[in-house]
Design a protein around this ligand. Structure first.
Ligand code: 13P
Length: 250
């Protein structure tokens, strides 16, 4: 399985910033072809990013999408619109979408189904809050989010990646220890095996939450961590590059 190192820029960088970043970053990673790399800029930068990524092995991702193809959904972006820019991945169910914008499992599931139907590879984000962890509910929460997110598309697991992002580790500088992450990743892998009836060998389980160039190596050494979804550290092309090289060296 090829590792995936993905950047989620969240609501950062204009289209002009994106071009500056990619002009520095793309030549640096040109030869790093044994790992999958994805960048998810804001929607407004998809067009310019897609032109620059055309001849590169770096993939384009979106940070969200609505499930319908078109219609009266003010402010939303459809899978067809993402495909116009050769968007290969879409991040769905991110904890900021769940907690700030109130997205529920049922909506996330509709988006997951639509992404798979449109051939855009979804990265389903799951993870517990600090309170849930302290109550010992981590695995229950993650299991529920995965089963609900994948309802009806369990047979399509092979077209899906999963990101475990503990809410308490996102943007806080507090990373899960490799052991804490590995425990959840091992559990997710067994759940994927059950849901796909043992047929899935392509789903990557990414870790996200304060990943940086200093902690990446110890995390990726764990057996069931297959890559990263990086927020803050991915905003700096040098740091994101360093994280990718750490993954390659393991
Ligand atoms: P940080 O790397 O800033 O903690 O963000 C993680 C994240 O939410 C990626 O989707």
């Amino acid at each position: 399985m090829r590792y995936l190192v993905a950047a989620n820029w969240k609501m950062n960088k204009t289209a002009a910033d994106t071009v500056d970043y990619l002009e520095k970053f793309l030549p640096a990673v040109e030869d790093l072809t044994t790992v999958d790399i994805m960048i998810a800029p804001p929607f407004t930068a998809l067009s310019s990013a897609s032109l620059l990524l055309e001849k590169s092995h770096v993939s384009l991702g979106a940070q969200n999408m609505y499930f319908a193809e078109s219609g009266a959904f003010t402010g939303e972006i459809s899978p067809v619109m993402l495909l116009e820019f050769d968007t290969e991945y879409v991040i769905l169910g991110h904890s900021e979408r769940r907690h700030i914008f109130g997205e529920k499992d049922s909506l996330i599931n509709q988006k997951m189904v639509s992404a798979v139907e449109h051939g855009i590879r979804p990265i389903l984000c799951v993870g517990e809050t600090l309170e849930e962890r302290e109550l010992g509910k981590t695995l229950n929460v993650v299991e529920h989010q995965i089963r609900a997110g994948l309802a009806g598309i369990e047979e399509d697991m092979v077209y899906i990646d999963i990101a475990y992002e503990p809410v308490w580790a996102i943007g806080t500088g507090k990373t899960a220890t490799p052991e804490q992450a590995e425990e959840v990743h091992r559990f997710i892998r067994s759940l994927i095996n059950e849901l796909s009836k043992g047929k899935d060998e392509k789903t990557r389980i990414l870790y996200g939450g304060s990943v940086n160039e200093n902690n990446a190596r110890n995390l990726i050494k764990e057996d069931h961590i297959d890559g990263f979804l990086v927020g803050t550290a991915s905003l700096d092309p040098n740091k994101f590059y360093k994280i990718i090289t750490e993954v390659l060296e393991v």
